[in-house]
Write a protein of this length. Structure first.
Length: 250
């Protein structure tokens, strides 16, 4: 038994195009069997293993078997009495297509970061070793930041990235000093590091500290909103922080 596969967005568009092509062929005064056969074969081959629309492929295959015996030449004209045999299923197929599309949200990302990589999340930007140094909440934070960038929710993306940076730096500080920071509120980690490591005396792992504090302070204001450049830059800087701290951890 073939493994079922998820229907991808691009394929959903193709299904709509092939349904439109079949409808157009059937609406012609004279319809060649070849135009109908081509559509049915596409549905049969492509959709039988796609979860949620497999019945379209199965029905198309059944119709092919039944009508190939009657119409042996592609140039043969379809009997008008046979057209409903294809038109009735088409209405069900269109209904299923509309049902599926209502459950999807499509977005055009305005960020300049590669959307394909953002879809994969932080693992696409880090080596396996670097990724494995992240705590579960840090992975989730970067995943949410990447997802927010994909949907142009820039303030949310930057907030999650900065929160992840605080978690990373807190762990780095505790390992470096052997002192626990305990429970901290938003921004306290960055302020603590700024106090203990004045500018000019900072290790290389804290080169981004001023930037992170500046962005934290900026979006802490209720009326502040991040834009695409700010959110994308912060995301990349936090990714760089992951790499830097990983190298320090050796």
């Amino acid at each position: 038994m073939a493994e079922k596969r998820v229907l991808e967005p691009y394929l959903l568009i193709l299904v709509g195009e092939w349904i439109a092509a079949l409808k157009n062929a059937l609406n012609q005064p004279t319809t060649s069997w070849g135009s109908v056969r081509g559509c049915l074969e596409w549905f049969s081959v492509v959709l039988k293993d796609k979860t949620g629309v497999e019945f379209i492929g199965e029905e198309a295959e059944t119709s092919l078997i039944v009508f190939k015996a009657k119409y042996q030449q592609d140039s043969a004209h379809l009997d008008p009495n046979d057209k409903p045999e294809f038109q009735y299923p088409l209405s069900r197929w269109e209904g299923r297509l509309r049902e599926i599309s209502k459950g999807w949200i499509l977005s055009y990302p305005e960020t300049h970061i590669d959307a394909a990589k953002l879809t994969e999340g932080p693992k696409a930007f880090l080596s396996d070793d670097e990724f494995n140094t992240l705590e579960p909440l840090e992975r989730q934070g970067l995943n949410e930041a990447a997802s927010s960038l994909l949907f142009n929710n820039f303030t949310s993306a930057e907030f999650m990235a900065l929160r992840t940076a605080e978690s990373l730096l807190k762990r780095w500080y505790e390992k470096r000093t052997g002192r626990k920071l305990g429970r901290t509120t938003w921004g306290q980690v960055l302020d603590k590091l700024n106090q203990e490591f004045p500018k000019g005396e900072r290790p290389k792992e804290l080169l981004l500290l001023d930037y992170l504090r500046e962005r934290r302070n900026e979006i802490a204001h209720p009326e502040a909103l991040s834009n695409s450049v700010q959110a994308s830059t912060t995301f990349f800087n936090v990714i760089s922080l992951c790499k830097s701290l990983h190298l320090k951890q050796g």
